[in-house]
Structures are given as C-alpha cells and as structure tokens.
Ligand binder design. Structure first.
Ligand SMILES: Cc1cc2nc3c(=O)[nH]c(=O)nc-3n(C[C@H](O)[C@H](O)[C@H](O)COP(=O)(O)OP(=O)(O)OC[C@H]3O[C@@H](n4cnc5c(N)ncnc54)[C@H](O)[C@@H]3O)c2cc1C
Length: 668
C-alpha cells in the first residue's frame, strides 16, 4: 500500500493518496498501478493507496505524512468531493496544512462506477490524477469566512411534516414562521378519518398539534400565503412571502360561522375543494370545523360582492366583530431567517389519466382521497358511504397501484397505497357491510404492525385478488352484471381472467411531486430527482439535507412516505436546523470571486449577470468599479467567465489552476 519517493524537483511537495473504497474503486481500477505511476510524477513526495482512505486510520495516515514528509500539497483520488472533500480538508488541517492546498479527484463516479474496461479506466484515473497533481501546485492558502447565523427559522408547508418541524423548533426556543399556501394547516392528514395501521382517529391526533401551532408563542402562522422570493445564503436568508387576501381580518374573526349562514346564497352551490368536490360550499366558507386558524375566507371567484360590487353583504352585516374587509389586498411581507425547512408534501396521481378505469365517466368510480372524505364523520355525507346516485354499495372493488409501478405513468412504488387500501377496505366494510375486493400486484406491508393489519383484514373476510386490473366498464354480460360496474382482471394466482361486478370502484392513486415542485425547487435553489421529488444531499447519510446549505427537506416532498416516517424525518430536519443555528456562525466556502480594481474598466457587464445579486458598482459616476460582496457570492463563476477585461478572478479557479489541470490531462 505504500510507495515512498522522497524526491522534490524544486516543486511544492505533493502527497498523493488513492483509495480502494473496498471493491467500489479497486474492483475496476488497478490502484497499485496508479499509485506507482503517481510516484514518478514531478513533485510527488509520497504516494500511497489504502483500502478506505476516509476511515480514521486513512485520515490519520495523511495527517501524519504531512508532518513527517513536510508535504505542501495534497491530492486524494477517491469518491465524490460531495461526500468527502470536507473530510480530507480536515485531515490536511490536522497535519498542519492549509485545507485549500488540497485537490480531490473523483475516480469512483467518474471512473470505476461508469467503466468496465479495467485497463482503459485505470488509464483514465492516471490522467485525472496527473491533472490534479499539476493543478494543486497553483493552489493558494485560503480561509473560510465566518458569518453569524440568524436564529429564526422558516418552515414551508403546514402538513404533518411542517407542523412537527415547526413545533420541535419552537419548543427549542426558536422563532418560527410557518407558511402554508392553503387557508388551513393540516395537509393530507386533515382529510383522513382514521389512520393505518392502528385505526386511530386522525383528527384526535392531528388537531391538538394544529392548535399547538396556532397558540405557540414562538410560532408565527401565515396561512393562505406563499414564498415569493428567497435571497441570501446559509444562516442569513431574506424571504419575501405573499399573503393572499381572505377579505376577512384574521385578528378579528373568531370562526363563529354566522356569516356563512347569513350569505345571500341560501344553499351551498360551489365546488368544495377540501371535500374533493363531493360537497358544495358557499362563497364565504371555512374548510372544516377544526381548520387552523379558525377563520373564514371569501372566494373572489364566486362572491357577488367581489365580482360585481353589488351584494347586500349580509355576511359582513351579521359579523358583530366587523371582521369583513372587501378592500383587502394581497401583501408582501419580508422575514429574515437562518434556516429553512421545506415540507410542501405531495399530490396524488390524476386518476383521469388512465381512461381504462373509468374515472370521470362512471359516477361509481372514486379516488381514494374522495373515499377518505366519504367515510369521514365530518365529511360531506357525515361518514355515510352513499354513492353519487344515492345508493349504498353492496360490493366494492379497490384497485391498487393506479399511477404507481407502471411504465406508462410512474415507475415508483408509492409506499402507502397498499396500507391505505387496507384501511379503506376495513372502513367501507364497517360502514356498509359490503363485500370488498382488493386488486393488488404485490402486497407491500413493511412497516411496524403493518403485516398484522393485513392479517386482520384477511380475517375480516375482505377478498384479495392478485393481478393488475385491465379495465372497469358498465358492459354487462350476465344478469348479475346488469346496471353495475364490471372489473376485469387476470387473477394471476388462479390463472384465469375474472369479471367481478361491483357497485363502487376505489382507485388507490399513487403519490407524485407537487405540480409546482420545479418552481419551488428553483426558488429555494435546491434539486429534484428524476421523479421530481426534492433531492436529498445523500440518500443514507444526509437524507434531510439538500445541496443548498441551510435548506432542509421533510415528508412527502422528498419521497412518498407514511405519517410515522414523515414525523421522524420532520424531527430530523428540525434537529439539523437547530444544530446549524445553535452553532451561532457558519463558515462560507472561499471559492468566491474578487475584482482586481485596477484592472476593472467599470463596464458593468457582470452586475446583471450575477444570479445572487452579489455585484454592485462601488460608486456612481464614470470611474466606478464593480465590487463583489463575498458573503453573497456563491462561486458560480459566471462573472469571472464574462468579464471582458479579465479583472474578475475566482478563488480555486484561477487561470493557472484551470490551465494546468487541462495541460495535466492532455500531456502524458
Ligand atoms: C389516500 C391516502 C391515505 C393515507 N392514509 C394514511 C394513513 O392512514 N396513515 C399514514 O401513516 N399515512 C397515510 N397516508 C400518507 C400521508 O398522507 C402522508 O404521510 C402525509 O400526508 C405526509 O405529510 P406531509 O406534511 O409531508 O405532506 P402533505 O400532507 O401533503 O402536506 C403538505 C402541506 O404543504 C402545503 N404546501 C404545498 N406546497 C406549498 C407551498 N409552495 N407553500 C406553502 N405550503 C405548501 C400543502 O398545502 C400542505 O398543507 C395516506 C395518503 C393518501 C394519499
């Protein structure tokens, strides 16, 4: 594992270290050969290979070598810098070397994982290593700048993830602003009557947490609001929040709901979004009795006063607290926070995209979320499972994996649908006594007490048919099928095609990223995975961190997950935010740009190009020079590339560093 060449060549003394990463790298790359090759390169004072360079012994070896061999530069060829650049910078510092006299070569993602030809891959690693050794000679000693952290936190999204994160942070003494785009917090969980696998009442466990948010002295709750703009950097974000008008003063309304009774529309007439369109509401409304905040709002699309200005306004008349204000306007508020937790949740798959299942064509076909409202005591039918035609179902078919595990729609398993299908099967049977059939591909019940819940359903007499449903139609072939919906499925256990007549079909729709996920991720400068869910920094080691420092993710916005996992993840995101804030300061990467004032012509090309608004003109007038706020600069390099006079330089990306790296790759 060791090679030791004590030569110097008048160049800075470089230590070169190549990692086997078990067989991750060594399975494809001949690391001993690369090490021997590096030993012969100019300036390399020592070269070593080691099984796990990131391990404690690996790091200690580097630190000890720096002292013993008086190393002046360090190159590590291993995995991605995203994972271990910081690890090796720290090892360099422990050895007494400035951490920026270091260059990392990614030979795992860029070589061993993407090539099968051992010889060619080893040759490529030699090229990359040679380039890094050439480049690192030109590195300069740099220092990280320390800036204080704002102790306040923003939580975006008021589902169970956002609620739990906000309460955890607020209980730890932090000031939290919780921004929710709907009129109430609660998210999807507020729609449920019971939750699997324990069948405990969703409202009984959710509403105490919702009211704790509302009454917590450390939480500012902004519902009906959305984040418009985010500026700044870790520890110091400036956020603009759009607050939509409710036309009702939140501080005055007590949610007595007399205004709803007094509305000139005597009967509810408009689609009730909260009840998934199964009920109607008036222009002045509240989503559900436990809505938080318990404040009514007026819908500008349907309110006569807001549309025409010609209404008796009996809602406002009856309000003795004078809470109505039809002149209310949208407003933008600005807050400063040190950390952000994104908990914007998911949406369910649009069942209309699979015409075979008849959603929207047959009134007897429902989505799972609609059935959550039907079985709910506070839903549009007060918990009575009654069909759109007023009848009660005698047989119900629940179709799993609608918009999940399917090449035509979404490939991923949505993780909760098997379990919520079991829950709905139980509740429908309990409410109606109907025969219930579950049509599944594979039954996935991997959580705590989940398999036992499945067993319970089997013992309750719910039928399970293994196979993907081909279609749902009303084409009767027998008198028994007359006037009913027919589910056609290949029963893969029995080995034949079955036709099962039912009165109601429930489509267990999968979980998808929110429709505006791309917009939101751009606003917060984070990434999305290929499916469109927010991207975590590392799936195992940093599952709630993002690649933007100080922005954390939790719950259904990161991937489909059940409530226990969501709550656990929200707690983790809150803990990460706390760790950041309680440190009191952050260290900024020094890969920033700076301007050689004497070379700057003051042309202003760089100013509008900077995506972080970090560049301004020093003063007005003809001789004004551009200046860069290094705290705002994120080191993207746009200004340095665009500067016509070449007066903008970027740390770690100087011309010397870049050209020597290119020459290093090309010159054998
Ligand atoms: C039909 C069905 C039944 C289920 N039943 C169960 C069950 O019984 N047990 C169980 O453990 N799990 C169940 N689940 C899963 C459960 O719904 C999720 O685990 C949970 O809702 C995830 O919570 P969340 O806060 O991450 O997301 P959500 O509940 O989706 O909440 C996200 C919140 O963020 C808000 N938001 C979105 N975008 C923005 C924005 N840009 N700005 C501000 N706010 C925003 C939304 O309005 C919403 O309030 C079920 C899921 C479905 C679809």
């Amino acid at each position: 594992m060791t090679g030791n060449t004590e030569k110097h060549d008048g160049l800075p003394r470089v230590g070169f270290y190549i990692c086997h990463c078990g067989t991750n790298i060594a399975g494809t790359i001949d690391v001993a050969d690369v090490r021997k090759y590096a030993e012969g390169l100019p300036g390399v004072a020592i070269a070593r290979d080691y099984k796990y360079m990131c391990s404690d012994p690996g790091q200690e070896m580097i630190a000890a070598d720096i002292k013993k061999h008086k190393l002046e530069r360090l190159v590590v060829a291993a995995c991605s810098p995203n994972l271990h650049e910081e690890t090796f910078r720290k090892a360099a510092a422990r050895g007494g070397l400035n951490p920026f006299y270091f260059q990392m070569v990614n030979i795992r993602e860029h070589a061993s994982w993407v090539h099968t030809d051992k010889l060619a891959a080893t040759r490529k690693v030699k090229d990359l290593s040679r380039a890094a050794i050439a480049r690192v000679r030109f590195h300069h000693a740099l220092d990280k700048q320390r800036v204080p952290v704002d102790p306040n936190v923003l939580v975006v999204g008021g589902g169970i993830a956002g609620i739990h994160a906000a309460l955890t942070l607020a209980n730890a003494g932090k000031q939290v602003t919780l921004v929710e785009k709907e009129a109430t917090i609660g998210g999807h969980m507020a729609l449920f009557d019971k939750t699997f696998p324990t069948l405990d009442c969703a409202a009984c466990i959710l509403t105490p947490k919702m009211s704790a948010v509302k009454s917590h002295p450390n939480i500012k709750l902004w519902t009906y609001s959305e984040v418009e703009k985010v500026e700044g950097y870790v520890g110091n974000y400036k956020v603009q929040v759009k607050r939509k008008p409710r036309y009702v003063d939140e501080d005055l309304c007590v949610g007595c709901m007399e205004c709803i009774d007094a509305c000139v529309f005597k009967e509810p007439k408009f689609r009730d979004k909260f009840n998934q369109g199964l009920g109607k509401r008036k222009p002045v409304y509240i989503d559900f009795p436990q809505a938080t905040p318990k404040v009514v709002l007026v819908d500008p699309e349907t309110c006569i006063q807001l549309k025409t200005g010609k209404c008796k306004k009996s809602c406002a008349e009856v309000c003795d607290r004078k809470a109505f204000n039809f002149e209310q306007k949208e407003k933008i508020e600005e807050i400063k926070v040190g950390a952000i937790v994104l908990a914007t949740g998911f949406k369910t798959y649009d069942a209309g995209r699979d015409p075979n299942y008849g959603y929207g064509r047959y009134p007897g076909v429902y989505t799972a979320l609609e059935v959550e409202r039907l079985v709910n005591a506070s839903g549009p039918t007060s918990g009575e499972v009654v069909l759109r035609d007023g009848k009660h179902p005698k047989a119900v078919g629940i179709v799993h994996c609608v918009g999940s595990r399917d090449d035509k729609s979404n490939k991923w398993c949505s993780r909760v649908c098997c379990m919520y299908s079991l829950k709905l099967a139980h509740l429908i049977k309990e409410h109606t006594g109907a025969e219930v059939y579950n049509f599944y591909i594979d039954m996935r019940a991997p959580g705590k007490a989940y398999e036992e819940f499945y067993d319970k359903l089997l013992s309750e007499g719910v039928h399970f048919v293994r196979g993907r449903v081909s279609d749902v139609t009303d084409w009767a072939m027998t008198p028994e099928e007359e006037g009913r919906l027919v589910i056609r499925v290949e029963d893969t256990l029995a080995g034949f095609v079955r036709r099962i007549p039912v009165d109601m079909v429930v489509l267990s729709t999968g979980l998808e990223p929110q429709a505006d996920a791309q917009e939101v991720r751009r606003r917060f400068n984070i990434g999305c995975g290929t499916e469109g869910f927010f991207q975590e920094r590392h799936p195992k080691l940093a599952p709630v961190n993002t690649f933007t420092e100080g922005v954390f993710i939790a719950g259904g916005c990161q991937a489909p997950r059940d409530i226990p996992d969501t709550v656990a993840q929200a707690g983790a995101a809150a803990a990460e935010a706390l760790a950041l804030i309680d440190a009191g300061f952050v260290e900024l990467e020094p890969n920033t740009s700076h301007i050689a004032a004497e070379e700057c012509s003051g042309c202003k090309t760089c100013v509008p190009l900077c995506p972080y608004s970090a560049i301004s003109m020093e003063k007005a007038g003809e001789n004004a020079k551009a200046v860069i706020n290094e705290v705002l600069c994120k080191g993207c390099g746009v200004c340095a590339a665009a500067c016509p006079s070449g007066s903008i330089k970027q740390n770690l990306f100087s011309d010397d560093e870049i050209f020597s790296e290119i020459e290093g790759v090309l010159t054998k």
